[in-house]
Design a protein around this ligand. Structure first.
Ligand SMILES: [Zn+2]
Ligand SMILES: [Zn+2]
Length: 307
């Protein structure tokens, strides 16, 4: 199977329109060694013909435009995108759904909790349904499900969702909904033919035993690389919340992602969902070198991985 990183940035992208942090300034000025990034999304295919888009970012049009495999080919109105698969209901992962409204039908895979969030609390799916037929395919935790094409044929991909056990409350969701196991999930995506799999987790607050269990014999891991340190935003005077409070385990420090990934036997590990404040975005920064010294890659838009 093939994976294309459509967008490697976190919410806001890189540079973020209203952010004046040193990274965003450098990217805006075209400084060498800091490539702009659109908001987080990947596309996965077993045949390089039919694609499944994991999370629909507000940059989805630019991302389709930058990847010819997602251009229409067969009819006057057509798309190789078979479905959108959602890992949570965050705006940077779902706003792009509205931008697909020209489609006659949009197939959406997500958990019942995410479906409720997007029909009741922030009714993106209800708005979309005014333009296109929304074909919801429920994702059930811990169940291996086939990803089906728009013609209901087998795409050759299997997908299993697991809870990332996030404690974060979605901004527009009722307080009592925080910590629901279906609110934020990771995906283990497998190629039925080769048996090889990718684990995709753009938001991860802790590498719990349950999450670790998903990482055994995955050929490629695409994991949350949002922040370098827990108080990154506070240090820059941007926000009071820590990375963990925003549902993202920081990369560095005690108990950080890098420390916890050491010793796991994964052929290829790629950081995705990288916030514009993260120093790993700057090529040749000490933080970037520390990541690469561990054999971990920092995703860029347009990166393709064959698994
Ligand atoms: Zn995000
Ligand atoms: Zn910034």
């Amino acid at each position: 199977m093939w994976v294309r990183v459509l967008g490697s940035g976190a919410g806001g992208g890189f540079p973020q329109w209203n952010c004046n942090c040193p990274n965003c300034r450098a990217a805006r000025n075209g400084s060498p060694g800091c490539r702009p990034r659109t908001q987080s999304s990947i596309a996965v295919s077993a045949d390089y013909e039919r694609w499944f888009v994991f999370n629909a970012s507000p940059d989805v049009h630019a991302q389709i435009g930058a990847f010819p495999a997602l251009w229409p080919r067969r009819a006057a109105r057509d798309t190789p995108i078979q479905a959108v698969v959602l890992s949570d209901a965050e705006l940077d992962h779902t706003l792009g759904l509205l931008l697909l409204r020209e489609s006659r039908r949009v197939r959406v895979y997500c958990t019942p909790w995410v479906h409720t969030a997007l029909t009741e609390w922030n009714p993106i799916l209800r708005t979309l349904a005014a333009f296109a037929r929304v074909d919801w395919q429920p994702i059930r935790l811990g169940e291996m499900q086939p990803l089906c094409t728009t013609e209901d044929t087998d795409s050759g991909l299997r997908c299993e969702a697991f809870s990332t056990e996030s404690s974060k409350r979605l901004t527009f969701a009722p307080a009592e909904s925080a910590g629901h196991p279906e609110a934020s999930v990771g995906y283990r995506i497998s190629d039925a033919r080769t048996g090889r799999s990718l684990v995709y987790m753009p938001a991860l607050e802790k590498l719990s035993a349950g999450v670790r269990g998903q990482l055994t014999d995955c050929a490629c891991l695409m994991i949350d690389g949002t922040c370098w340190v827990d108080d990154e935003m506070a240090r820059l005077g941007i926000a009071g919340k820590t990375a963990r409070e925003m549902g993202h385990l920081p990369l560095s420090g005690e108990g950080g992602t890098l420390e916890q990934l050491a010793g796991l036997d994964i052929a290829r590990t790629v950081l995705v969902h990288i916030n514009n404040t993260n120093p790993v975005l700057i090529e040749h920064s000490p933080e970037r070198q520390a990541v690469e010294a561990r054999g971990i890659e920092v995703a860029v838009d347009g990166m393709e991985v064959e698994i």
